[in-house]
Ligand binder design. Structure first.
Ligand SMILES: Cc1ncc(COP(=O)(O)O)c(C=O)c1O
Length: 322
């Protein structure tokens, strides 16, 4: 094998994505010869201190296939490693995430989860859920909305926000300022909403002058919702939600105000009540620093008053029905 940077060798060998290759992550990127390369791979694969420094969610078949068996046995590898897979659950050390989004779960939270399970129908679970639903309002700075916790990630929470408040064909104004706003727009188009896309240059925030001019023009109130990503993760830009609310109020526009707070709620100041947000959403795995899997969607009384959307045509719904 010719000279090969460790990181590209590893990325070639992985069939799932890695946010940052481990060698790059800890500054070990270098050129190595064939033998060095095998050694380096083994170190990366088998030594606990490397594993614990790396966020790998990968399939190591290629790497293992290229390693002589005696090398493997001379290292203190885990069973899962010998079988050609690194298993994040059973591999030694701690798996750290090096991804822009889900965060490492703090030790106290991990320890708090170490308890026996409950029957999901038991009164204890109902009692705990009630407390959670009440407490979560503090994070959204609200006393007026109804929070829902659903088993999904951000994308499911998006769909839930849309399909529970709007009807197919509804006109929505939305801002394209990065990858997550793009994906949310794409979802809306795929579930048959009619989206006015207001695009900004990458690195810029939402163009709210255009929202103002659309609000003035829309005397017939054809715009049913304004959807905005509070903090666009891919560019780091935070939109000004207070201004969106001011514009809608100024023109007495009744459109719903739907906000993706995935990467902001619990990390940035987020004022659901003050900004008159009708639907705000986040996920357990973001700033809340919990395991992935719970979407938290808060709906204002106005949003709840339209349980089937803005017309009598209901949306097709799946897990997102709240
Ligand atoms: C702003 C924003 N919206 C939506 C999402 C999608 O969330 P998920 O990956 O949980 O589906 C992300 C994910 O990083 C995000 O940062």
């Amino acid at each position: 094998m010719p000279f090969l940077p460790i990181s590209s060798a590893l990325s070639n060998s992985l069939d799932t994505h890695i946010g940052v290759s481990p060698a790059v992550a800890d500054g070990r990127e270098q050129n190595v010869t064939n033998n060095d390369h095998t050694d380096a791979l083994l170190k990366l694969l088998c030594e606990p201190q490397y594993l614990s420094n790396c966020a790998w969610h990968g399939n190591f078949e290629f790497a293992i296939a290229n390693v002589p068996a005696n090398y493997l046995s001379s290292y203190n590898t885990s069973v899962s490693c010998k079988s050609g897979k690194i298993d994040n659950v059973y591999a030694p050390g701690r798996n750290h995430l090096f991804v822009p989004g889900p965060v490492n779960i703090p030790e106290p939270v991990l320890r708090a989860m170490n308890r026996k399970n409950e029957d999901y129908g038991s009164p204890a679970v109902l009692a705990m859920t009630k407390v959670l639903l009440e407490d979560v309002k503090k994070i959204f700075k609200t006393t007026t909305v109804t929070p829902f916790m659903i088993s999904t990630t951000g994308i499911g929470a998006w769909e839930s926000a849309l399909t529970n408040t709007l009807s197919p064909g509804d006109r929505i104004v939305s801002f394209l300022i990065g990858q997550f706003s793009l994906l949310w727009i794409d979802q809306r188009q795929r579930v048959n909403f009619n989206v006015d896309v207001v695009e900004s240059e990458l690195g810029q925030g939402a163009n709210l002058d255009i929202l103002a001019s659309k609000s003035v023009d829309d005397t017939a109130h054809t715009i049913k919702a304004v959807c905005i990503v509070h903090n666009e993760m891919t560019t780091g830009v935070t939109n000004n939600l207070a201004t969106v609310r001011k514009i809608l109020d100024h023109y007495k526009h009744p459109a719903f105000f739907l906000v993706d707070g995935m990467s902001s709620i619990c990390a940035l100041d987020f004022r659901t009540d003050e900004w008159g947000v009708d639907v705000a959403l986040t996920g357990s795995h973001k700033a809340l620093s919990l395991p992935t899997g719970i979407g938290i969607v808060c709906a204002s009384p106005k949003a709840l008053s339209r349980p089937f959307g803005t017309s009598s045509t209901p949306n097709p719904r799946y897990v997102s029905s709240i």
